[in-house]
Design a protein around this ligand. Structure first.
Ligand SMILES: [Zn+2]
Ligand SMILES: [Zn+2]
Length: 93
């Protein structure tokens, strides 16, 4: 009887760029998010609300994967301020 576990370990997974969804569900991202939330006191850095918090990346991640888990590149914003920020950034370019 073959051990299923061994087969699983030997199989090589193709390396591909993680999608946004898998990135956000990764343990590394969760750790990064928790660190940023803790540093910012679990409140929006703009309006100080504690509701619907998201962690925003200050610098765009495209072409700079190293920034994805850098807490210096993270900022706690509520959903409202976050949306606004993206809106502004898009307009400003
Ligand atoms: Zn806010
Ligand atoms: Zn954002």
């Amino acid at each position: 009887m073959k051990k299923i576990k061994d087969i699983f370990h030997k199989r090589k997974r193709p390396k591909k760029i993680p999608s946004a969804q898998s990135y956000r569900s990764s343990l590394k991202y969760k750790e990064f998010r928790q660190k940023v939330l803790k540093r910012d006191g679990h409140k929006c850095r703009k309006c100080s609300t504690k509701n619907k918090l998201t962690v925003h990346h200050i610098k765009n991640l495209s072409g700079n994967q190293g920034l994805a888990y850098d807490t210096k590149n993270g900022i706690t914003l509520c959903r409202k301020c976050h949306d606004l920020r993206h809106h502004i950034e898009r307009v400003k370019v």
